[in-house]
Design a protein. Structure first.
Ligand SMILES: CC(C)(COP(=O)(O)OP(=O)(O)OC[C@H]1O[C@@H](n2cnc3c(N)ncnc32)[C@H](O)[C@@H]1OP(=O)(O)O)[C@@H](O)C(=O)NCCC(=O)NCCS
Length: 163
């Protein structure tokens, strides 16, 4: 896709960040460990804190519209591990490499921050996302856990070692 710009969110982006995240939760409710019902209740301060506490990226198209997002955050219990979460690209912009650019942005930031690995969880039925991650070098660890709001579905852990 032409002229896609991936950039790190700043606090002033909180409404854009909220809009794309709520769209993700509405469009792909089984792709995420959280829910629309939970996050629609977040206050502005919570959206701002989410940006401040993580490395959140927004992908924008040539018209400046947000078409995708992904976030990396360091696990407080595992300082060398960055979790890649909240990966989403709007349906009309998929299969054009935006998802890959977002993964690369999170991984590059993790590397720059000195992390030793990036970890994510992908629901067992989400073959497209799993393929994207495999293409970016992530491998399944064999660890699974139930999706919190739909425990009949399992999430597979995947990891990219950085060093
Ligand atoms: C998963 C998602 C982020 C992929 O975004 P995207 O911008 O379409 O991804 P890319 O175009 O960068 O895809 C790169 C590669 O990943 C693989 N891939 C991505 N989506 C795929 C799909 N639906 N089916 C098969 N392979 C897919 C392909 O190998 C693709 O390369 P190709 O198009 O040259 O074949 C997007 O489909 C999405 O937002 N889905 C709903 C939310 C979601 O599932 N998030 C992930 C939670 S873990």
């Amino acid at each position: 896709m032409d002229a896609v710009v991936v950039r790190r969110s700043v606090e002033a982006d909180w409404e854009r960040s909220r809009a794309i995240r709520l769209r993700a939760l509405r469009d792909a409710p089984l792709a995420f460990a959280s829910t629309y019902e939970r996050e629609i209740a977040f206050l502005p301060e919570q959206w701002k804190a989410r940006i401040g506490d993580s490395a959140q990226f927004l992908a924008g198209n040539a018209d400046g519209e947000v078409i995708g997002t992904a976030t990396g955050f360091t696990d407080p219990g595992e300082p060398g591990t960055v979790n890649l979460v909240a990966m989403f690209v709007v349906a009309e912009a998929r299969r054009c490499g935006v998802g890959e650019q977002l993964v690369e942005a999170v991984v590059a930031q993790a590397r720059a921050d000195g992390a030793s690995r990036v970890r994510l969880h992908v629901v067992e039925t989400n073959d497209g996302a799993a393929r994207l991650y495999a293409r970016c070098g992530f491998v399944r660890t064999g660890v699974t856990e139930p999706l919190p709001h739909q425990p009949s579905l399992l999430e597979h852990e995947m990891v990219l070692a950085l060093r």
